[in-house]
Design a protein around this ligand. Structure first.
Ligand code: ADP
Ligand code: MG
Length: 493
């Protein structure tokens, strides 16, 4: 292309450049203006902002510190709380351990007490024959033959001497109460049996003797001076109260009399006749269908029942005592126990028997109906003697069925049960025949035996839990086999 052709084009370019420069300068001017404006604005606002910014940190710092302190407080508190909970839990555990320990100890203690109690009762013999000599009362003084022929030995609690036809006859029983012995002293000998009953044993307590010798006095006593029955029930309810944290008990009573071999309910108004049957529950135990059984909640409650029982007894006058009772009266107390911890159950039975007069028929001057009655009484007392003797001698056959009384008491008289027979005697010469008969009866059922308890304790040489009792001389004969040099020494530390 020639130089000539380029010139206009160059000029056009130059024009265009010129326009662009103008526009650029305008734009620069614009920007300069904006810059001025902005910097003026910055100049005004920045210090305030700076000021606000510089004011922020202290607040932030406090908030930060506060937050940190709060955090540490929370951490500390939860630590503290955790430790406290741990300590409380440990305390609770320790306490319940200690509690468990205490309860366990208490249980062991109770079990041990029971075991020792049983050993003590067995040591004394599961069948004990006691004799109570009646004091000579004013009313007895009117009779003939005032001489006192029965003497007790202050140095030997088990000996008794009867003077008959110029001869002294000696008797030895488990225990002899002198005429001045109190109702409380008599009960003291019986008390361990009542405790056994609460522990689940069957217990029989009999009063035996001729009419007027004090059977009813010993069993029932008087209002001012109650006998075994009331004292036993009082003891029973006291014991139940003491054990209430570990055991609950239900106590019920029933009462029958056996008159002329007929059983009557003393808790029914009209003395309903009853029968003894084998329980249909398959246990082989005997029971009396229709017998009234009353649950009693307290000693006071039971006291209200007793007068009804007494007034319901059939009594006939004989030549020996106008108010004598010709029937056997039986008060039965059933004690059902439940161990609160284990649920284990026990059934104890306490049979309190006021027997009919033991006098021989000819002396009562009985005839006809009265003679039959007297024969029945004598027969049933004989049967009772036979049963106790057979039990003591560990015979395989025990003649329970020979009388209503022994049949009724079969479950309570058998092996593993406990019996006490209180033989009542008069000390006057006019009664010496009956006294001798009663003592012979007592002697018959009180043969010297080697009790199982004696053997059990004899082997306890290495036993740490030795029974701590002192056995008075009256029990020594229990451990004698009768042969010389054969005595068992009982070492009870
Ligand atoms: P039983 O029942 O054997 O026929 P009781 O118990 O009725 O004889 O006694 C006859 C009388 O002798 C009653 O008045 C009784 O109170 C009284 N008696 C019996 N034993 C004693 C005694 N140990 N102390 C005081 N009085 C007694
Ligand atoms: Mg009587």
């Amino acid at each position: 292309m020639s130089e000539h052709n380029l010139a206009p084009q160059i000029a056009a370019y130059e024009r265009e450049i010129g326009t662009l420069r103008e526009e650029l300068l305008k734009e620069i001017g614009h920007l300069e203006e904006k810059k001025e404006e902005l910097s003026a604005c910055l100049y005004v606002k920045f210090p305030a902002l700076q000021k606000r910014l510089s004011a922020l940190p202290p607040t932030l710092r406090t908030i930060k510190t506060d937050y940190a302190s709060l955090r540490s407080q929370v951490r500390n508190f939860s630590d503290f709380y955790g430790t406290a909970i741990k300590e409380i839990m440990a305390g609770i555990n320790e306490m319940s351990e200690a509690n468990k320990d205490l309860i366990e100890k208490y249980r062991k203690e109770v079990a041990l007490r029971r075991k020792y109690h049983e050993q003590l009762v067995e040591l004394k013999g599961n069948i004990r024959v006691l004799c109570r000599v009646k004091p000579v009362l004013k009313e007895d003084q009117h009779e003939e033959g005032q001489t006192v022929v029965v003497t007790t030995d202050p140095n030997n609690e088990s000996a008794l001497t009867v003077l008959s036809k110029g001869k002294a006859k000696n008797f030895e029983l488990d225990k002899v109460f002198h005429p001045q012995a109190t109702q409380e002293e008599v009960f003291q000998e019986i008390e361990p049996l009542i405790t056994s009953c609460i522990d689940g044993y069957h217990v029989c307590i009999f009063a035996y003797g001729q009419t007027g010798s004090g059977k009813t006095y010993t069993m029932e006593g008087t209002v001012e001076n109650p006998g075994i029955n009331q004292r036993a029930l009082k003891h029973l309810f006291n014991e139940i109260e003491e054990r209430k944290d570990m055991w609950t008990y239900t106590v019920s009573v029933s009462s029958v009399e056996i008159y002329n071999e007929v059983l009557r309910d003393l808790l029914s108004k009209d003395g309903e006749k009853l029968d003894i049957k084998i329980n249909p529950d398959g246990t082989g135990q005997l029971h009396v269908p229709g017998l009234r059984v009353m649950e009693v909640k307290s000693f006071q409650h039971i006291k209200k029942v007793s007068p009804r029982v007494s007034s319901n007894r059939i009594t006939f006058g004989t030549q020996m005592n106008q108010h004598s009772s010709r029937s056997h009266a039986l008060l039965t107390v059933t004690v059902l126990g439940t161990d609160l911890a284990s649920g284990a159950k026990t059934t104890g039975k306490l049979n309190l028997v006021d027997l009919a007069g033991s006098e021989r028929v000819w002396k009562s001057g009985a005839e006809g109906e009265r003679l039959k009655e007297a024969q029945n009484i004598n027969r049933s007392l004989l049967a009772l003697g036979d049963v106790i003797q057979a039990l003591k001698a560990h015979h395989t056959h025990i003649p329970f069925r020979n009388s209503r009384l022994t049949y009724l008491l079969q479950n309570s008289l058998g092996k593993g049960n406990k019996t006490a027979m209180v033989v009542q005697v008069s000390s006057l010469e006019s009664n010496v025949g009956e006294t001798l008969c009663s003592l012979k009866f007592a002697q018959r059922v009180c043969k010297v035996e080697l009790g199982p308890a004696a053997r059990k304790i004899e082997t306890g040489g290495h036993n740490e839990n030795k029974l701590s009792v002192t056995i008075s001389s009256r029990y020594h004969r229990k451990f004698s086999t009768g042969k010389t040099g054969d005595d068992i020494s009982v070492n009870l530390a």
